[in-house]
Design a protein around this ligand. Structure first.
Ligand code: MN
Length: 291
């Protein structure tokens, strides 16, 4: 059966069928998926029961894994449940038990409930993220995606002119502060020093401009902080109207792949007493180019 990509109903996202990604795929399929990503920015693959090794192998068809010496999260390597190359977005501790609701690692994960773009707090933010659903709670836990290309296109001309040359500062400190998680260590604050990115970025392949917003963005260069925060909040509200959003309801075996250069996303609530085991591979990107 040949690969096919069709738009999901009432959504910018696409669904891929006719492909088993637990096995190596050929160049034609890689090219078809890349074209699908450039068109849709979010692709859904169903019934792909991947091992971690298979997920990493599939991911490597599209670039190099993101890897950082400084921690994105605060857990030491030896405290990780999973091996290298794959990030644990579950609510499980190393022993496989549901983590305590007052665990600092859980506080970091709660920050993902805010709209963001992966690694926007890094000098070179992520290209694609690939999230594999292994164990899914009985209620909630959707992942939502906002199309930042459409959000940019829909701005009025005055606002387009206003955002054109703005530079934002992104830091994990801003997004954690936004949920009231403020007792970061001096070491963490130093590791999360703000980085600067253009507010409007141009996609390196399609050339399409998009709004580069994220919960990690907490300042605009040359603006006062309150002015910047309310403007970024306004823009985020605009960009996440339902007409720009795809909400993914997970089934075990789903793999969702998104382009962080053209979308934002957020995790939704679920019952913390239930297991959610989702695992992410992430491809390294380049510093964003201003549109
Ligand atoms: Mn994320």
């Amino acid at each position: 059966m040949a690969i096919s990509i069709r738009p999901l109903p009432d959504s910018f996202a696409g669904e891929v069928s006719g492909l088993d990604i637990t096995r190596p795929i050929d160049r034609t399929d890689v090219a078809a998926i890349e074209a699908g990503m450039n068109a849709h920015a979010v692709l859904v693959f169903r019934d792909q029961h991947l091992t971690d090794e298979q997920q990493i192998a599939f991911t490597l068809n599209f670039g190099e894994l993101e890897s950082y010496k400084s921690p994105g999260h605060i857990r030491k390597r030896e405290d990780h449940r999973l091996g290298p190359g794959i990030a644990d977005f579950s609510n499980l501790d190393r022993q496989g038990n549901i983590m305590s609701a007052d665990d600092r690692v859980w506080f970091f994960k709660l920050g993902d409930r805010l709209w963001h773009s992966d690694s926007s707090f890094r000098p070179a933010p992520a290209k694609y993220s690939l999230l594999s659903g292994r164990v899914i709670p009985s209620w909630g836990a959707n992942t939502e995606f906002a199309d930042m290309r459409a959000a940019y296109d829909a701005l009025d001309e005055r606002t387009k002119a206003e955002v054109a040359d703005l530079i934002c500062e992104h830091s994990l400190v801003y997004s954690r502060e936004a949920i009231g998680f403020v007792d970061l260590t001096t070491e963490e604050i130093a590791a999360f020093a703000p980085v600067r990115h253009p507010l409007v970025r141009r996609h390196p392949v399609t050339g399409r401009p998009s709004l580069f917003l994220s919960a990690h963005a907490g300042a605009i260069v040359g603006w006062t902080v309150p002015e910047a925060r309310v403007f970024l909040r306004d823009l985020t509200e605009h960009a996440t109207q339902r007409e720009f959003v795809y909400s993914h309801a997970w089934k075990p075996g789903d793999l969702v792949m998104w382009d962080n250069r053209a979308t934002m996303h957020r995790a939704r609530r679920f019952d913390h007493r239930e297991v959610r085991d989702v695992r992410r591979t992430t491809l390294a990107g380049q510093p964003p180019v201003r549109a």
